[in-house]
Design a binder for this molecule. Sequence first.
Ligand code: BGC
Length: 420
Amino acid sequence: MNRRRRDLVMLSVSCFLAIFLTGACPTEQATAAPARRSGIAQRRPLRQSRPAPVRPTSRVSANEPSALENQPKMSVEKSVFGKTADGVPVDLYTLTNARGVVLKMTNFGAIVVALEVPDRDGKLANVNMGFSNLEGFLGKNPYFGATVGRYCNRIAAGKFTLDGKPYTLATNDNGKHHLHGGQVGFNKVVWKAEPFENDSGVGIQFTYLSKDGEEGYPGNLNVTAVYTLTNDNELAIEFTATTDKATPVNLTNHCYWNLAGAGSGTIRNHVLMINADKYLPVNAVLIPTGEVARVTGTPLDFTKPEKIGARLDQIQATPVGYDHCFVLRGQAGQMHLAARVKDPASGRVMEIHTTQPALQFYSGNFLDGGPGSNGYRQYDGFCLETQHYPDSPNHADFPNTILHPGETFHEKTVHKFSAE
Ligand code: BGC
């Protein structure tokens, strides 16, 4: 037997033995070896290692943790969104979590521009109403997606007295009352933005210095708003603020949601639960009367899940619809369940937990289909704004909203998205 022939026989024998013992020929293993990173001898046949399945870009898992394995990597991208009327450059940030959920935000107004979450089949849709361009947000609009302050909701006649001193704020609500921070609230200023990526997800830390006297408020207020898109499909919003003079502070986010997809029509069929036994009755111009009333037996009883449209037309208001502040059951300062809402058609669910004491449920009553509303019509979206009670500086028995020097305002809200 010449040497070449002997080598061939030896190889065939060893190959036969190897297939018998491990299911693979050593020549296959030798070929495969450079492709493997581990130095540990491979006993499994090559044919068993399959390439990772490719995930279609528009379908992602809503719930299963295992879905993380095949998802795209987290990312944060920054692009030019435009310029303010004063020529200040504004950016658009596109954040993608490890499950492929996409959050778009701008540093103008620390606004949520879009949030794409999966339905029960994994199909993504943007569930947050707004504009696709900066011009829309620069113009008069109903606070789409915005971070709202220094005091969200209304302060009657824009007046309050603090430590014996009277203050007058901008009266931008029909020229009579103060609404959502005034003419130029936190939704109309350019924030400093620092994007980040960590083990839990991707996010942006926005900071803004609201100067002493801005819109009539006392004190320099340093505000931080951290928006995080977690890998558990949560949008977490954390506000902190400090001041050098006593001042009222009430911060919220003003996203308009439609879980069937922004622009898909009415939200009357969404099923809502609000974890509140009480609400704050308001007068004809939406200023709290000071009373705290029970929801039992009224169209405001959402303690059990109910369609938004089921009793909406029974609300006696102009325009008709929900625009009420609910007193949450949970303990303020601790994370507690505020609301749960589901779109039965798509299966998308949003659950809100917060440290804030109250929740404004607004059913988009003032949306009029015009350019300021970006064509969205009445009841095309709803807001669930976690916050303190409106007009608190004029109601000694409402929870305190006055921040003093040396104290830190701190509130957190988490919107958890899933599908069923
Ligand atoms: C208020 C509405 C107001 C809307 C502004 C909501 O937070 O409750 O009364 O019209 O913001 O678009």
